[in-house]
Write a protein that binds this ligand. Structure first.
Ligand code: AMP
Length: 217
């Protein structure tokens, strides 16, 4: 399974990726997660990336491509299957990724484009809360933890809101998405590997559709 999940912020890419990772043992590569790790570590790359992320803007292509190149070089499991989530986000990144994957002889098999309505995105992202300790994701209305403020999975008590999940930043992230990322849909359609799926469905339904499509091809 060698996939890219494409879609606006709040389409549910991370949730679907977590299910696919669990069921198919693919390497899940999220540039958002990699960048947040760099910020947590206080690395020079993290320091550079922080202001872009906090404002809902894209981190420069060369920084993100380098990050992905390093990940692909150092993770041997990638050859057995991968799942990109939140990358690529520009045409430049898409071309860069193709070149890197060509070098290891493992090109993308399919891209799943999760089309999602703007009001649903806003509702999902403003209500999203994440466990600081284990990364489990909740929604204040749709998927609250069993005990308020306490993570079901690790009993952590710091369920925080991402700084870029505030309403104003979300609006900018959507504009950035429409301008920079949406054109990639055409790029992959021209390559004949694009599949459109409904980002309004539940993660379990989407995971089943993706798994079925991949097995059928
Ligand atoms: P995500 O967790 O995928 O929603 O990403 C959070 C933020 O990280 C984005 O709003 C961007 O600021 C940055 N980011 C993540 N992936 C990329 C990427 N492929 N290119 C540029 N910036 C990115």
């Amino acid at each position: 399974m060698r996939l890219v999940l494409l879609g606006p912020p709040g389409a549910g890419k991370g949730s679907v990726a977590a299910l696919l990772k669990k069921n198919f043992s693919v390497v899940h590569i999220s540039t958002g997660d990699l960048l947040r790790d760099e910020i947590k570590e206080g690395s020079p790359l993290g320091k550079e990336a922080k202001s872009y992320i906090d404002n809902g803007n894209l981190v420069p292509d060369e920084v993100v491509i380098k990050l992905i190149e390093n990940k692909i070089k150092t993770d041997d499991q990638i050859k057995n299957g991968y799942l990109f989530d939140g990358f690529p986000r520009t045409k430049n990144q898409a071309k860069g990724l193709d070149e890197i994957l060509e070098k290891i002889g493992k090109p993308i098999e399919a891209v799943f484009y999760m089309e999602t309505a703007a009001d649903l995105i806003l509702m999902r992202l403003t209500g999203r809360r994440i466990c600081r300790d284990c990364g489990a994701v909740y929604h204040i209305h749709r998927h609250p933890p069993k005990k308020e403020g306490v993570c079901d999975q690790c009993s952590g008590t710091d369920l925080y809101q991402r700084s870029d999940d505030k309403e104003e930043t979300i609006k900018n992230r959507l504009d950035v998405y429409l301008e920079n990322t949406l054109p990639i849909v055409d790029y992959y359609e021209a390559k004949g590997i694009l599949n459109k799926i409904d980002g309004g469905l539940e993660s379990e339904e989407l995971e089943a559709i993706i798994a079925k499509t991949c097995h059928a091809s």
